[in-house]
Design a protein around this ligand. Structure first.
Ligand code: C5P
Ligand code: C5P
Ligand code: C5P
Ligand code: ZN
Length: 490
């Protein structure tokens, strides 16, 4: 049977068969939205295949983290959303008999392959824009459902129906989490998911867990009251509305609609289709009359990915809001909370996640203000800032990406962000744009080479990458990145 991504099918089946041979598995994943959804998909697939497992999360899969994993008494380790870039180190442990690695990842692989390595980049599929870690885990989950022989009940009858009969039995219900992971890794470019991701979306729609359609391209359609939805929408700047609380209120008051209920503003998700059309057309007219260029106005509409089984008006219903909620847990050492939410804990875990989200928003907003106020230092080909310990190293990359395009922070040069990791080391996060990537930028190569040149390590994707370097090497590192980016862009 062909899986959701045919190119990956043989590898996926090999990985799934190997997992079924294990008595128990250690599942190791990355601490961001994609890593959490990867782990949640793998966890449910393992559970349904009756393979005992335990889950651990790592900020970075560095040599220490791999050594700690090797020191456990697990013989089989499933890495999701990381592992490819570390296969050289992991391979040494495999050679020494410490454990068998199985990897479902989408990061740039190291110079060593292994039999159980599932990565879109090995098959000509773009790992930054066409398949995420959660997507790779989903492909594995689908194969696992095919390969697994359901155990028999006491009376001899099968417990689960034959694989493939229902969305749950063949793991297609997990497609919703795979889409949250892809959106969390910013794979929706130009407003929608592409390539292998589209195949996963189609399976999710078919399984009844996803709905897609053109909608307003604003963040917060499920949870933000309408005035806040408009005020905070800054991806397409609409004069008199974006970043303008009173302007947003006046705009909404000027529409002939009942947009309040019991004195409270309604949310986009509460509107009827007719009401949505009215607001959207008025917004487009407002943008046109304020002189926003047509190409920008097109960006006001994009494909929305709705998790149809989640309640209307919650973060969980919108793939983008869901992914932000997850980042708010995992990047603050509470991956357990985010995993709980993904696995269906709608009480304790969701409540805690919402508290963490409020804190995450404050931190992002303060971080973006700080960077915008202080500005960046421009080199010939890159710009950079050092947040010291003012911005957490786990979110400095998100801040850098969101600050790009603000006043004084150009979108024509990649941005390199530094934050203190500890007394001796700096965390580096780099973000580019899709337009720079089309011109030749590959930040995974830039950060990999420049960090190793100064005794650090790094990697990632063409458009977003990270590294750790010795603190005293910052200047040398900036010089080296500037040089490599210069070569890539000419
Ligand atoms: O671990 P890694 O794949 O998980 O994380 C990807 C990171 O790259 C995310 O923080 C995401 O926000 C960022 N990214 C970005 N712009 C893109 C693609 C990814 O900022 N176009
Ligand atoms: O309310 P505020 O604008 O501070 O919300 C910031 C939150 O919204 C962050 O969690 C951020 O990840 C998310 N966001 C986003 N994309 C946008 C705007 C906000 O992911 N375009
Ligand atoms: O941490 P940050 O969000 O900046 O990471 C951007 C991308 O770079 C992620 O995909 C992450 O996995 C990758 N990265 C890496 N090696 C590092 C740090 C980050 O491959 N040392
Ligand atoms: Zn990822």
């Amino acid at each position: 049977m062909a899986g959701p991504v045919p190119e990956l099918e043989d590898r996926a089946v090999a990985c799934a068969k190997r997992l079924c041979e294990a008595d128990r598995v250690l599942l190791a994943s990355h601490i961001d939205a994609d890593g959490l959804t990867s782990a949640a998909i793998a966890a449910q697939a393992l559970e349904r295949a009756e393979i005992p497992f335990e889950t651990v999360f790592e900020k970075q899969l560095d040599e220490d983290a791999i050594a700690a994993i090797a020191a456990t008494d697990y013989d089989t380790v499933l890495f999701t959303d990381f592992g490819s870039g570390q296969l050289d180190v992991i391979g040494e442990y495999e050679d020494a008999g410490a454990f068998t690695p199985i990897v479902a990842d989408h990061h740039q692989p190291a110079d060593r392959d292994t039999e159980y390595h599932l990565n879109p980049l090995l098959f000509g599929i773009n790992g930054a824009s066409e398949l995420s870690g959660a997507g790779a885990s989903y492909v594995l989950a689908r194969a696992l459902a095919d390969v697994h022989e359901p155990s028999t009940a006491a009376d001899g009858g099968p417990i689960a129906g034959p694989a493939g009969t229902t969305a749950r039995a063949d793991n297609r219900d997990l497609a919703a989490l795979a889409v949250v992971g892809a959106v969390g890794d910013m794979q929706a470019s130009g407003g929608e998911l592409h390539g292998a991701n589209e195949g996963i979306v189609a399976e999710g729609v078919d399984a009844g867990v996803l709905e897609t359609g053109k909608d307003l391209a604003l963040y917060g359609k499920q949870t933000r009251p309408l005035p806040k939805l408009l005020e905070y929408a800054t991806d397409v700047h609409i004069p008199g509305v974006s970043n303008d609380a009173n302007g947003s209120l006046r705009f909404l008051d000027g529409l002939d609609l009942e947009l309040k209920r019991d004195g409270d503003w309604r949310r986009w998700a509460d509107l009827t289709n007719e009401e949505k059309r009215t607001v959207a057309s008025a917004l487009v007219r407002k943008a046109v009359s304020s002189g926003v260029p047509a190409a920008k106005i097109d960006g006001l509409v994009s494909t929305a990915y709705v998790l149809s089984e989640e309640p209307v008006g919650t973060e969980l219903r919108d793939a983008s809001e869901f992914s932000t909620l997850l980042n708010a847990t995992a990047r603050y050492e509470r991956a357990d909370v985010g995993l709980g939410v993904c696995l269906g804990d709608r009480d304790g875990a969701l409540e805690r996640a919402r508290q963490l989200l409020a804190e995450h928003r404050r931190n992002l907003s303060n971080g973006i203000d700080l960077v915008t106020r202080e500005g960046t230092t421009e080199e010939a080909h890159v710009q950079w800032f050092d947040a010291g310990d003012e911005i957490r190293e786990t979110i400095v990359g998100i801040v850098a990406g969101m600050a790009m395009g603000n006043e004084g922070i150009s979108r024509s040069k990649p941005i390199i962000a530094f934050a203190a990791k500890n007394d001796e080391e700096l965390k580096v996060s780099a973000r580019g744009t899709h337009s720079l990537v089309r011109q030749g930028l590959d930040l995974s190569v830039v950060l990999g080479e420049a960090s190793r040149a100064v005794g650090g390590d790094g990697g990632g994707h063409d458009v977003a990458a990270g590294a750790t370097i010795p603190s005293e090497q910052k200047a040398a590192f900036v010089d080296r990145t500037d040089e490599i980016v210069g070569e890539q862009l000419t």
